[in-house]
Design a protein. Structure first.
Length: 164
């Protein structure tokens, strides 16, 4: 098989409020079941809280809330996708993860020009796969630079508190 890996994208496909999304697997460290999230007083509004992942403190955001949608109702299908973007590690809570999918870059179309608003800033494109639309999230845009710094600082502070 002589496929050119540059021409394809490997995605983690997940559900969020009845829509199907994908995120480049290159940013995904792991996927875990929703666990107890500890709220942090004074944390930015986009941070749901933190989790302890094998001794490492990871900030978690409710991705639906981040995109301006109603917050997620946690169920047995809820997952936290642990991502690393620009030096910041964070968990993105989603309604469920369905698969890992390879698709050709040619099957990705830019978002329609009429798509506007907060969530449009996070989109990389839209792909049609077997009659279903998959909205491609750009993981590098989910957090602005200053938010990445806040996430890193939040993790550091919580780790320091728990070490003392």
């Amino acid at each position: 098989m002589n496929e050119n890996r540059q021409d394809e994208l490997q995605l983690v496909v997940f559900r969020l409020k009845e829509q199907t999304y994908g995120i480049d697997i290159g940013h995904v460290l792991e996927i875990i079941r929703a666990t107890d999230i500890t709220a942090i007083p004074g944390a930015p509004a986009f941070v749901e809280g933190v989790i302890n992942l094998r001794g490492r403190v990871i900030p978690v955001i409710d991705l639906a809330h981040r995109l301006g949608l109603a917050p997620i109702n946690i169920s047995e299908n809820t997952r936290i996708i642990i991502v690393e973007v620009g030096g910041a590690t964070a968990g993105m809570m989603v309604d469920g993860v369905s698969e890992v999918l390879r698709l050709s870059r040619e099957s990705i179309q830019p978002p329609p020009p009429m798509v506007a608003g907060v969530s449009a800033a996070y989109l990389q494109g839209i792909a049609l796969v077997d009659e279903r639309l998959i909205i491609l999230m750009d993981a590098t845009r989910v957090f602005r630079r200053e938010e990445k710094e806040v996430l890193q600082e939040l993790s550091r502070q919580v780790e320091e508190r728990s070490a003392s």
